[in-house]
Write a protein that binds this ligand. Structure first.
Ligand SMILES: [Zn+2]
Length: 221
């Protein structure tokens, strides 16, 4: 049975698939594949993926959220990027990438962040191309190399997110989480730019609990 390693939309929407489009290939002996086309204007969801990737590390909340291939596949599912399906060997490379992405978010200057993003983009990104999208307009996209491994594809996504954040919002949108004891870092791509926590539903509560305890201690006789 022939299976597509990517979502069907990837192969039908990706421009100029290789001949033949190797996205359709046997489930064994995968060679080649369709390029992933990353819209440069859509940096925010790419940055959110980078944020989410960073906080899967045990460095942030004490647990390894990407222990294996299945967890990695579940993590990547739902972002809308037609990335290569993970193999066991990809997990370690994604862990290494995660550390790099964190390091770039922690850089002290915009120049350093952009330089780091450029390194990531260079792993799989190719020259930007114009593609006509659904509304008929032409938009800049970065295609990835069809043979790029998953970690390189993911690096390109993170790079688009980080570089786009610097360009559109500024380097001060890279922040450390404000929750006590949390080592999370993130890119704030919200419109208001007031995000304080790497994981709002968790770290915001952590701060509330800490404040509650502090008040309780102060009020105690
Ligand atoms: Zn946090």
């Amino acid at each position: 049975m022939w299976t597509c390693r990517r979502r069907t939309a990837a192969c039908s929407s990706g421009s100029a698939p290789r001949k033949p489009c190797n996205g359709y290939s046997p489930s064994v002996a995968i060679t080649g594949g369709c390029a992933v086309h990353l819209a440069l204007a859509d940096y925010a969801p790419a940055a959110e993926l980078a944020n989410d990737l960073v906080r899967t590390s045990p460095t942030v909340h004490g647990t390894e959220d990407l222990p294996g291939r299945d967890a990695l596949a579940a993590f990547l599912d739902g972002y809308g990027y037609d990335l290569r399906a993970p193999a066991d060997d990809d997990v370690r490379d994604v862990h290494l990438l995660r550390r790099e992405v964190r390091g770039i978010i922690e850089t002290e200057t915009a120049e350093q962040a952009v330089a780091g993003a450029s390194v990531l983009l260079g792993r799989a990104g190719r020259a930007p191309v114009l593609r006509r999208v659904d509304d008929g307009r032409w938009r800049w996209h970065v295609p990835t190399a069809p043979d790029a491994p998953l970690a390189a594809e993911l690096a390109a996504v993170a790079a688009v997110g980080i570089a786009g954040t610097v360009r559109a919002l500024g380097h001060d949108r890279f922040r450390a989480c404000a929750a006590p004891g949390c080592r999370g870092v993130f890119a704030d791509v919200s419109r208001a730019g007031r995000r304080r926590y790497c994981t709002p539903e968790l770290c915001g509560n952590r701060l509330n609990v800490a404040n509650h305890r502090a008040r309780h201690r102060t009020a105690a006789p």
